[in-house]
Ligand binder design. Structure first.
Ligand code: C5P
Length: 244
């Protein structure tokens, strides 16, 4: 199960997932209207889900967007399976769980998502964490080894891909050279953008060149004065200017 079938063009904007981390449904709708027709995906994360539940999935799909529901589920296998039966049934194109939930949780989650036609990816090490923070939660391995270990577990459990930093993508693409194992990478920062709380960041161009399947980008777009201009400017060498 791969969401590739939803990609409508070779335009790299179709590999951008805009994280709608906003504090009102009205602002989320405003951004959706602004970005409509560009081919980007929208991501509904914890804040927007807390505000609106799954109701925006249908609404935004009707505007032509693919939707990534980013709730990073992590619980016992039965609880995650039952939650996903509801969440995947709501029509998201992609959902995620934390790989730290283990093999059985991921395998059962993947079965449910695939029954519903939804891609499932696993979060490895959050892009906000650096080596020191990883050690502080009792993981003695370096970030690369921990990401790699969890990515292989996710692959064996039948997931469609993983979430990691684009900094780990060159290593991961050597290990998972099949293009349909999705490498979804947050922590993307255009040159000159603030890193905020992200620790392992890369530019959009470098992430694509490294082999990221999808780039998750939030604040550099959603907090910009002109979100559409920032989106269209992410890949200046590749994207032709918008028609006047
Ligand atoms: O604003 P920014 O570009 O940092 O947003 C990144 C988005 O990606 C946030 O919605 C965050 O929850 C999500 N994310 C992440 N790191 C992960 C998985 C998801 O930053 N490992």
């Amino acid at each position: 199960m791969s969401p590739q079938h939803n990609q409508t063009s070779n335009d790299p904007i179709s590999q951008v997932i805009v994280a709608l981390d906003v504090d009102s449904v009205a602002r989320a709708r405003e951004l959706a209207q602004l970005l409509r027709g560009t081919g980007c995906w929208l991501k509904i994360g914890l804040e927007l889900y807390a505000l609106s539940g799954v109701s925006l999935i249908d609404e935004f799909k009707n505007l032509g967007f693919n939707i990534f529901l980013d709730l990073k589920l992590h619980d016992i296998p039965t609880t995650v399976e039952r939650a996903l039966r509801v969440l995947a049934g709501a029509g998201a194109d992609m959902i995620n769980v934390h790989c730290l939930g283990g093999y059985e949780m991921m395998a059962r989650a993947a079965d449910v998502c695939h029954e519903k036609g939804t891609a499932l990816i696993g979060v490895t090490v959050l892009t906000s964490m650096n080596q020191q923070q990883l050690e502080s939660i009792g993981v003695p391995r370096n970030v690369d080894d921990q990401v790699s270990c969890l990515a292989h577990l996710a692959c064996r459990a039948g997931l469609d891909g993983i979430v990691a930093s684009a900094q780990e993508v060159p290593m991961l693409r050597k290990q998972f050279d099949q293009k349909d194992f999705l490498l979804v990478t947050p922590g993307i920062r255009p040159v000159g953008s603030a890193a905020h709380d992200q620790a392992r960041v890369l530019t959009p161009k470098a992430a694509l060149e490294a082999g990221s399947s999808y780039l998750v980008i939030g604040r550099p777009i959603t907090k910009a004065e002109e979100p559409l201009r920032v989106l269209r400017g992410l890949f200046p060498a590749v994207i032709p200017p918008a028609p006047a």
